[in-house]
Structures are given as structure tokens and as C-alpha cells.
Write a protein that binds this ligand. Structure first.
Ligand code: ADE
Length: 244
């Protein structure tokens, strides 16, 4: 996967995506992250990339030319046009399903806005997708792009050391993940559930499924509508509801 990020703050991206699992994935060339400084494409001697909004109002607006030129500079192959994702609170809300879909792409371009916004004409010309990471307003798209790259990259084969660790997890099938425990077996009088020490794989699997259902029912009941539930799951949920 190749990520190309058009930004006014490349250092912020570099610092945020150089450590831990993402840093290792870059070292192993499983992912490639390139930042493109929009300011390098400023067309005046002061390297200014923003201006006052037509019609008045507060703040500054990013001008179209530097963004257009920065984008053109990375579109090497006329045939293979990558998706260009503009980070904005007005976009479609990012979620695990979108992360999975985007992890199938070979290349993604991200455009980080700043100030009060970006000139609408260049958005119309270069952007294919508008994405938000949640219903709140950030000072720019940089943190949002880091969140997206983290979530997408861990779904790429071999980025996580244990291949199965991205297999059964929260949001798979719209259920939350079951609780996890490790040693010691007793911590401050609190015991790990007996079933996990039993070595009985079928019982452990059943218990984990039930715990996923309990957690989702208690913490995120909205997800249950979209979950793929077996008859056994539904019966178990009914007993949960009847207990209350
Ligand atoms: N830019 C500013 N706020 C944002 C948000 N919530 N998501 C994505 N990009 C943004």
C-alpha cells in the first residue's frame, strides 16, 4: 500500500507515523508513506497558500492552485488514478468497514485541509471521496489522516505480527470483542473465569461468543441490529433481556 499525503504539516505526519507497528511496517516496506508539502507548490514569493474568503467572513481559505499542482505532481500514471480522499467533518464517517474497503487499494492519496477550508473548485476537480473521523471539528486533516492510516494499515497482511490478531476483534460482524485475561490467574482476589483455564476449546469458544453478545448488548446495543446472529445467539440474547 502506498499512501501519499498532501499537507502543510508533513513533520506532524512523519512524527505520528514513525513508531510502533506502523513504523515497523514502513521499515519492512509493507506500507509506504510519502508526504507532499503543499507549500512547495505556492506560486508567489512569500510561499503563501491561503487568502481571504470571497464574500467576507472569518478566517482564511486554502487557494486552489498549490493544491492542484501538488496533486498533479503525484499522479504519475495517467491510467491508474488513485482515490483522492479529502479529510473534512462534512465527509462520510470513517468506520471499520470503510477501513477494510480502503485496505484493498494499492494506493491512496489524502488531502489535508486547514484554516477555514479549501477553495471548493479544487475539491470538485481532484477529490473522489470526502471522509470525516467523527462529529467534531479538528484544526486540520492531519490527525484524521493518521487515524485512518493506522486503522487501514493494520488490516494489510503481515503488518500485525500474529496474522490472526486482526481476525477476531471488535466490530467484526458488528459485535464487540470478548474480554481478555493473562497471568496471574488471581490478581488482588480477582480470578480469571474458570472456563478459560479449563483447556476445553468448545466451551471457551461458546463463552467468548456469549461475552461478545453481553458486551455489545450492554455497551453498544445499536450494533446488534446489523450483527449476523445465529438462532443460538438470539436465544441467548432473549435470556439476557428477560433477566433484566
Ligand atoms: N478536519 C477537521 N475536522 C475533521 C474531522 N472530524 N474529520 C476529518 N477531517 C477533519
Amino acid at each position: 500500500m502506498k499512501y501519499k499525503i498532501l499537507t502543510l504539516f508533513p513533520d506532524m505526519i512523519e512524527q505520528g507515523l514513525s513508531s510502533s507497528i506502523i513504523g515497523k511496517a514502513r521499515e519492512k516496506n509493507l506500507i509506504n508513506i510519502e508526504t507532499i508539502n503543499i507549500r512547495d507548490f505556492a506560486f508567489n514569493k512569500h510561499k503563501q497558500v491561503d487568502d481571504y474568503p470571497y464574500g467576507g467572513g472569518a478566517g482564511m481559505v486554502m487557494q486552489p492552485e498549490p493544491i492542484y499542482e501538488a496533486c498533479k505532481s503525484i499522479m504519475e500514471d495517467e491510467q491508474n488514478k488513485p482515490r483522492v480522499i479529502y479529510l473534512t467533518p462534512q465527509g462520510k464517517t470513517f468506520n471499520q468497514e470503510m477501513a477494510m474497503e480502503l485496505s484493498q487499494e494499492e494506493e491512496l492519496v489524502f488531502l489535508c485541509g486547514h484554516y477555514e477550508g479549501v477553495d471548493e473548485r479544487v475539491i470538485d476537480m481532484v477529490v473522489t471521496d470526502e471522509v470525516s473521523i467523527g462529529d467534531y471539528v479538528l484544526t486540520g486533516g492531519e490527525l484524521a489522516v493518521m487515524v485512518m492510516i493506522d486503522a487501514i494499515s493494520r488490516l494489510i497482511p503481515n503488518v500485525l505480527s500474529n496474522d490472526t490478531s486482526a481476525e477476531t476483534e471488535t466490530f467484526d460482524d458488528n459485535l464487540l470483542e470478548y474480554p481478555q485475561y493473562t497471568r496471574p490467574a488471581v490478581f488482588m482476589d480477582k480470578k480469571v473465569p474458570d472456563v478459560l483455564l479449563s483447556g476445553h476449546h468448545k466451551n471457551i469458544e461458546n463463552w467468548r461468543r456469549e461475552q461478545s453478545l453481553v458486551r455489545t448488548y450492554n455497551k453498544r446495543p445499536d450494533l446488534l441490529d446489523k450483527a449476523n446472529l445465529s438462532d443460538k445467539d438470539k436465544k441467548f440474547l432473549e435470556t439476557l433481556i428477560n433477566k433484566q
